[in-house]
Design a binder for this molecule. Sequence first.
Ligand SMILES: Cc1ncc(COP(=O)(O)O)c(C=O)c1O
Length: 456
Amino acid sequence: MALTISDIGKAVLDTHYAVRGPIVARAQELEKAGKEIIYCNIGNPQALKQKPLTYIRQVLALAEYPELIEHADSLLPQDAVETAKTILKESKHGLGAYSDSKGMLFVRKAIAEFIEKRDSTAALKVESDPDHIYLTDGASKGVQTALRMLIAGDQDGIMIPIPQYPLYSATITLYGGVQVGYYLDESSGWNLSYKMLEEAYLEAHARGVRIKAIVVINPGNPTGSVLTRENIEMVIKFAKTHGLSILADEVYQENIYRPEDSFVSFARVMTEIREHEVSLFSFHSTSKGFLGECGHRGGYMEVRNVPQDVLAQITKLQSVSLCSNLPGQVVTYLMVKPPAEGSPSYSKYNEEKNSILSELAKRAKILADGLNAIPGISCQPITGAMYAFPSIKLPEGRTDEEYCMALLEQEGVCLVPGTGFRQVAGTAHFRTTILPPTEQILSVVEKIRRFHLAWK
Ligand SMILES: Cc1ncc(COP(=O)(O)O)c(C=O)c1O
């Protein structure tokens, strides 16, 4: 007899992933039936017309099809050709062979140099060890590996922000752990406070949960907020007090839109305060920033303050899937090693990068201002990442899931209900990306306005 749903484990059945839930399934049906849909549900930039960076695709094309190299000299910039040759030489067998479980060593070395350069200052030398870096299929696989390591029993808890990105809630459920939510304070631009961390910890601890780690997403998804250095130090101290590991999701580190904000990594602050006891897993990805190479599934996890025998277990887990995909490893290499100043591709690369980032900053402002002008919708400034998470006033008895479904049916705008990210009881939200092209963002705001004012 064929498999039935009752054969499927409870953990799988209980796992929810809102970003691709029933609303998106309905959007696809409507699209098939001829309705025009604007997909604002997922941070997938190239699906919303963002162009890939030329240099990345040139090198990747040559590395995938080395026969092109001998014809490329007159067609492609010399640094793209040289980089492709380096990749082929260093990878030894090209992109069609498995690599080491951790990923190709030359890529891990380039990542370690990138981290050192990103985080060091004249007064501070941040060191990074290529042996503590794992190449992963997107950041998602790295997060899953870390959670797999940490969740050892059904009372093991992981602290996650509320609202959070559903990768965390879904994976914790799948691995049989306990989600311990800590609230971000919407009224202060989604800030973190020690008090809220402590309350969440104590409440779960009193229920017998053994809390193992805290997840921090900076810049935030879905909140779009950027943490200050003080906030980061506070989280490290909190983790130390309670013996927790930290999972620092830093995939949006390039997506910061106000000149007064800057990205500060957990690795840097840990080095600054000479913290050597708190274990840190930090994640980066080729999917976000200005690359938007989601489909290439590139990313890495860097691990600090973890002993050798634990590292060996992480390597073993990686080796169960042999290695992450090689084109993704190459895109990760290109992300951390962009064209050097003065090289033929340098100016075009930077023009493309700056144009993408300035467009995103512009859209973030248009969207937040537009939403705030609608009575009954209130949106915090979008200072980072790729999303807005406004709160919405709903008619009595209605949910944000019904709201998003009705908006989709009437106006063809596909959002994710706040419920999928968790939220303060009694509040309602939706999440939208800032990714549609500017003209479309204006039309999204108009469609939401028309719908919101009329919906009962
Ligand atoms: C906060 C956060 N972490 C991780 C990911 C996973 O991205 P990927 O697996 O494509 O690197 C996403 C994707 O949207 C995200 O928003």
